[in-house]
Design a protein around this ligand. Structure first.
Ligand code: HEC
Ligand code: HEC
Ligand code: HEC
Ligand code: HEC
Ligand code: HEC
Ligand code: HEC
Ligand code: HEC
Length: 249
């Protein structure tokens, strides 16, 4: 009787723990390329917004038919890509890139289940891409601010980024409005001509001041040490996202 009770209890507890594992969702990841989504997620609907179509399947190929990589790399936020990366990149939740990606070094880099590769990544560029990805996921710089707003690498870079790449002003302005609009937003009330976006320097690269993967810096201050011009995600206030100039007005 007692033994039977214990057997039943143990079997019951086993199912209970299995059940709570399935309901409580992801377990601690162990980095392995063999994993499928089902290793950690028993179903997808609880991870997606309520209005998302129902998805069946157990790996990234289940998503590919509706979420094909965008070959034109349009400048717009992409929630699908951003959430998949951010969800599996926070400390403790790291997932091997090759759970979702196909990669032949120097030849092709793509997403499992997608018809065409996204581009080419050499071994060196893959190492750098991984480092920059970690920055994009959690740094105190402009890259992570964009990550939180679902802007992925291609949103700025237009293609798979490589060592030495930068971003043209036009690409930034596709999302941030034209130069005049931007200059109107940042015209100081007290000294209107101390405008970072409209000055005697004329048109210069955004990246002279706005660094994506490092602290930003107001170039004007190299010569005008007495100007009070704070830049978002600068050395003094990285991560706050604050634009104190505006608040001081
Ligand atoms: C090793 C475990 C593990 C594997 C394998 C795994 N995930 Fe996740 N996933 C997680 C964890 C942990 C989270 C974060 C959960 C949270 O934030 O509550 C997560 C979050 C998510 C999210 C929600 C992201 C968000 O912020 O909205 C989606 C969607 C998702 N995973 C899809 C997938 C897909 C698709 C696969 C297979 C290609 C997969 N996961 C494989 C552990 C895993
Ligand atoms: C039947 C088509 C379909 C399939 C299959 C599908 N999606 Fe989606 N998904 C959509 C549509 C439509 C949207 C909304 C438009 C958009 O943002 O692209 C969307 C948006 C999203 C978003 C952003 C909005 C949200 O709900 O958080 C995420 C994340 C996402 N899908 C993840 C996935 C994952 C992960 C898979 C595979 C496990 C998947 N989707 C499979 C159609 C699909
Ligand atoms: C859970 C699945 C998943 C994991 C894990 C994952 N990726 Fe991705 N990744 C995708 C999908 C899906 C796309 C295509 C998104 C699109 O184009 O809409 C993508 C796109 C990319 C792109 C194209 C550029 C861009 O901004 O869209 C790069 C680069 C990339 N991934 C690198 C990585 C690296 C490096 C890792 C590992 C640190 C990684 N990915 C881990 C699913 C994943
Ligand atoms: C907000 C726009 C933006 C986003 C998003 C972004 N980058 Fe960049 N990236 C830049 C700019 C601008 C530069 C030029 C260097 C600088 O000013 O920081 C750059 C430079 C690079 C370089 C060359 C660095 C060097 O020293 O040679 C690589 C590689 C790179 N980015 C990879 C990535 C990857 C991978 C992602 C996605 C995880 C990404 N970037 C997301 C804007 C962006
Ligand atoms: C795909 C669209 C997109 C591209 C391309 C893009 N951004 Fe952004 N950026 C955003 C979004 C969305 C936000 C968050 C909302 C906001 O603050 O306007 C943002 C925020 C910012 C902020 C912070 C604004 C604040 O109020 O603190 C700066 C600075 C910025 N971007 C500069 C750049 C620069 C420089 C580039 C080019 C290297 C660039 N962005 C490219 C979409 C984009
Ligand atoms: C000379 C340095 C400098 C250059 C070049 C520069 N910026 Fe800025 N940017 C700043 C500073 C400083 C601020 C903060 C201004 C403020 O808060 O009033 C700023 C603020 C911004 C903001 C936030 C505006 C807001 O709504 O508060 C955006 C977006 C932005 N810059 C985008 C760009 C883009 C895109 C370019 C290139 C076309 C560019 N910047 C070129 C210094 C610069
Ligand atoms: C390479 C050095 C240098 C840089 C960088 C620079 N300036 Fe100047 N600026 C000067 C010089 C030289 C003068 C003329 C002498 C003077 O009056 O100080 C001047 C004059 C000015 C004046 C009129 C005089 C004053 O002090 O009010 C303003 C306003 C000004 N600059 C704004 C800016 C802004 C805004 C930036 C950044 C977008 C900038 N400058 C970047 C060198 C520079």
């Amino acid at each position: 009787m007692t033994r039977a009770f214990f057997t039943v209890a143990i079997v019951f507890m086993f199912f209970l723990s299995f059940h709570s594992f399935a309901v409580a969702g992801p377990t601690k990841p162990a980095a392995s390329k063999q994993q499928t989504c089902a290793s950690c997620h028993s179903e997808f609907s609880s991870l997606l917004s309520a209005k998302h179509p129902r998805v069946t399947g157990k790996d990234i190929k289940a998503c590919a038919p509706c979420h094909a990589p965008d070959p034109r790399n349009t400048a717009k936020p992409k929630a699908y890509s951003a959430k998949l990366h951010l969800g599996h990149m926070q400390a403790g939740n790291e997932l091997d890139c090759l759970v979702c990606h196909t990669w032949q070094p120097g030849k092709a880099f793509g997403v499992k289940g997608a018809k065409k590769p996204i581009g080419v990544l050499t071994k060196e560029n893959m190492d750098q891409t991984k480092k920059v990805f970690a920055s994009w996921a959690s740094s105190k710089y402009l890259d992570a601010h964009h990550g939180k707003k679902n802007v992925t690498c291609a949103g700025c870079h237009e293609k798979l980024p490589e060592s030495g790449d930068s971003v043209e002003n036009d690409r930034c302005l596709t999302c941030h409005g034209d130069m005049e609009q931007l200059a109107r937003k940042t015209e100081p009330k007290d000294f209107p001509d101390r405008n970072p976006h409209k000055s005697h320097l004329g048109t210069i690269n955004c990246t002279v001041c706005h660094k994506a993967h490092a602290a930003s810096k107001t170039y004007c201050l190299e010569c005008h040490k007495n100007f009070n011009m704070k830049i978002p995600f600068g050395e003094d206030q990285a991560g706050t996202g604050a634009t104190p100039n505006k608040k001081a007005q």
